[in-house]
Design a binder for this molecule. Structure first.
Ligand code: ATP
Ligand code: MG
Ligand code: MG
Length: 348
C-alpha cells in the first residue's frame, strides 16, 4: 500500500499509525526524540531534527503524503517537505493555528465569535488592552502554548506586571474572560473531494489546564448542535482543509464562542475510538490518503478520561471493568502532568 508520512511520534502519531496499518497503509514517523511512543507501532521511523534538511528531503521522498500530529512544525521544515510531497492538512491551516493572533483574526474574518482580544508587545499595550477589554482576562503566549501552559490570569488590572513577566518576553495576546456555562468541541473532517463529516460534539472538563474528560452526548440543545457543525464546516471549507480538525467551543447564553482550533486529531476526539465505527484516526488517514470519509455516526454514549501521571496506578482496576476500553501509549517514564493513556467508558 501507499506510505503515510507522519510528523511527530507522540501518542497521536502512534494512534494514527495504528489506523494507517488497519487500512493497509505503511506508516513512516519523523520524530526528533529517541524513544517516541509511535516508534513501536509505526512501520518506519526517521529519528532526526526539524532543521536537518537532508533527513527531511529523504523522508519526503520515502512517503506518498505527509501529515502531522502537532501544529508547531517549523516553517523552514515545511518549505523543504512541500517541494516533494503534498502536506495535508495544508500550510494555511498551520499558519492560522500556530499563532493565536492569526487564529483569532481568521475566525473573526469568517464572522465567528471569539473572546475579545488584543496584541500585546509590552506593558503599555497590555495596560491599553486592559482598559479596553477589562478584567478578568487571560494573557496567553501567541505561539507554542498547550495544556494551559504559557497563560496567566488577570483578576484585576493590578496583575498586569506579574502576568507580563510570566510570558518571559514571548509575544502574547490578551483575551477577555468568557463567562461560559460549559465547554464543548467538535471533531470535523474534510476529504480531498470537499466532503465534510462531523462527529457528535463532546463536552469537555479540564483539570489544572489539562483535558480531564470528554463526554458524549454533550449538553447542547439541537439548535446549538447544528450551529457547532455549521461553524466547523465553515472553518474547514475556508481553509480548503483536508483531514481532521478539533474545534474548541465555549457555550454561552449568547451562543457559541470559538476558543481555538487544532489542525489535527484531538484529545477530545478520543471517545470516537469506541463510540463510532470509523474513529477520528481512521477518518484522518482516509482524508489525507484521498479516500472517501466514513460517516462518523455515534453508536454509543461514551465518557473518555485521560490517564495523567500517577493515574496509571488505576490501570489494574480499570482493566477488570466491563465497558471500559483502555488505550495506553507505551511511555516508559511516568511524569506528573504527562499524558500516559486514556480510557473510554461506554455509558449507554
Ligand atoms: P490545549 O491543550 O487545549 O491546546 P491551550 O494551552 O491551548 O490548551 P486554551 O485552550 O486556550 O489553552 O485554554 C485552556 C483552557 O482555559 C480552556 O479550555 C478554558 O477552560 C480556559 N480558557 C482559555 N481561554 C479562556 C477565555 N478567554 N475565557 C475563559 N476561559 C478560558
Ligand atoms: Mg491549544
Ligand atoms: Mg485548548
Amino acid at each position: 500500500g501507499a506510505t503515510i508520512g507522519i510528523l511527530g511520534g507522540g501518542q497521536l502519531g502512534r494512534m494514527l499509525s495504528v489506523a494507517a496499518a488497519r487500512l493497509g497503509f505503511v506508516s513512516h514517523i519523523y520524530e526528533p526524540g529517541a524513544t517516541p511512543p509511535a516508534g513501536h507501532v509505526a512501520d518506519r521511523v526517521t529519528t532526526a531534527s526539524y532543521d536537518d534538511a537532508e533527513a527531511l528531503k529523504a523522508f519526503a521522498e520515502a512517503v506518498d503524503v505527509i501529515t502531522y500530529e502537532f501544529e508547531n512544525i517549523p516553517t523552514e521544515a515545511l518549505d523543504i517537505l512541500e517541494v516533494h510531497r503534498p502536506i495535508r492538512p495544508g500550510r494555511e491551516a498551520l499558519r492560522v493555528s500556530q499563532d493565536r493572533l492569526n487564529e483569532k483574526a481568521f475566525l473573526q474574518g469568517l464572522g465567528l465569535n471569539t473572546a475579545p482580544f488584543a496584541d500585546i508587545t509590552d506593558l503599555d499595550s497590555l495596560k491599553a488592552a486592559i482598559d479596553q477589554i477589562g478584567t478578568p482576562a487571560i494573557l496567553k503566549t501567541r505561539r507554542f502554548g498547550y495544556d494551559g501552559k504559557g497563560q496567566a490570569r488577570l483578576r484585576s488590572p493590578d496583575d498586569a506586571e506579574t502576568a507580563l513577566a510570566d510570558m518571559a518576553g514571548a509575544p502574547a495576546i490578551l483575551e477577555g474572560f468568557v463567562d461560559f456555562s460549559h465547554e464543548v468541541s467538535i471533531i470535523a473532517a474534510r476529504g480531498l473531494d470537499g466532503q465534510v463529516a462531523c462527529f457528535d460534539p463532546g463536552e469537555n472538563v479540564h483539570r489544572d489546564g489539562i483535558l480531564h474528560t470528554t463526554s458524549v452526548p454533550a449538553r447542547l440543545p439541537a439548535a446549538k448542535r447544528t450551529d457547532a457543525i455549521l461553524l466547523a464546516a465553515n472553518i474547514l471549507n475556508a481553509l480548503d482543509y483536508v483531514g481532521v480538525m478539533g474545534v474548541e467551543l465555549f457555550v454561552t447564553p449568547q451562543g457559541l464562542i470559538v476558543n481555538e482550533i487544532a489542525p489535527r486529531v484531538h484529545n477530545s476526539g478520543h471517545w470516537t475510538q469506541n463510540g463510532c465505527a470509523v474513529d477520528q484516526f481512521e477518518q484522518h488517514i482516509r482524508a489525507v490518503a484521498g479516500w472517501p470519509l466514513g460517516d462518523g455516526q455515534r453508536h454509543s454514549d461514551v465518557v473518555m478520561e485521560n490517564l495523567i501521571g500517577d493515574d496509571m496506578d488505576r490501570v489494574p482496576e480499570l482493566a477488570t471493568e466491563r465497558d471500559v476500553a483502555l488505550h495506553l501509549y507505551g511511555k516508559a517514564e511516568v511524569k506528573a502532568g504527562r499524558k500516559m493513556g486514556h480510557f473510554n467508558r461506554i455509558t449507554r
